[in-house]
Design a protein around this ligand. Structure first.
Ligand SMILES: C[S@@+](CC[C@H](N)C(=O)[O-])C[C@H]1O[C@@H](n2cnc3c(N)ncnc32)[C@H](O)[C@@H]1O
Length: 173
């Protein structure tokens, strides 16, 4: 028995269905890799942000603009927020009523499957590729989301973890 025929969308059909440029700043959902180590992960996260209508918040470090420029294969200007003082910025956004969600392997974290779509402005904070979210930032988190794993690896790539959580918060998955 054969299943229904799958017709893969053609590149020109995909192009016609997409925006011509990046979306404006909606300031609803923001991915925040605030202590990045590898530029390639920033480029990957930027594409995921574009796909779900999110913004990207990154530290104003010397190598970050070039890494984003290299990683940005999308047309137009992406919605990037430059952060000078990650801790201070998170505290300020929180005081403005933004929900701050940590994406981290942590005790008592919410499992990804139980994360509802974001109904208020939300920042998804991502950790350093090796050291994770700095301990002093943990008190600034309203909630922590963990992506369950059963493999041998200790953790996921930060851009993969961030993209999965963004899709969930955006209500696309
Ligand atoms: C490679 S992990 C950091 C490693 C880990 N925190 C440690 O200290 O060994 C980099 C970042 O990816 C995200 N991450 C990776 N796997 C994850 C998972 N299964 N659930 C939630 N976040 C994850 C977190 O933001 C984490 O800080």
């Amino acid at each position: 028995m054969t299943g229904p025929a799958v017709r893969v969308r053609k590149p020109r059909e995909l192009k016609a269905a997409r925006r011509r440029h990046h979306h404006q700043c909606w300031d609803h959902l923001t991915a925040a890799p605030l202590w990045p180590q590898h530029g390639a992960n920033l480029g990957t996260l930027l594409r995921s942000c574009d796909a779900v209508g999110a913004c990207l918040a990154v530290p104003k470090w010397s190598w970050v603009p070039e890494a984003l420029r290299r990683g940005n294969t999308l047309p137009g200007k992406a919605c990037v927020h430059w952060v000078h003082d990650p801790e201070g910025w998170l505290a300020q956004r929180r005081a403005e009523g933004v929900r701050v969600v940590g994406v981290e392997l942590a005790e008592d974290a919410t499992r990804l499957a139980d994360v509802p779509m974001a109904r208020q402005r939300t920042i998804a904070v991502l950790g350093h590729e090796r050291r994770g979210i700095p301990p002093e930032v943990l008190d600034l988190l309203d909630e922590v989301v963990e992506i369950p794993m059963i493999g041998a690896g200790a953790s996921l790539n930060v851009a993969v973890a961030g993209s999965l959580v963004l899709y969930k918060l955006a209500g696309f998955a």
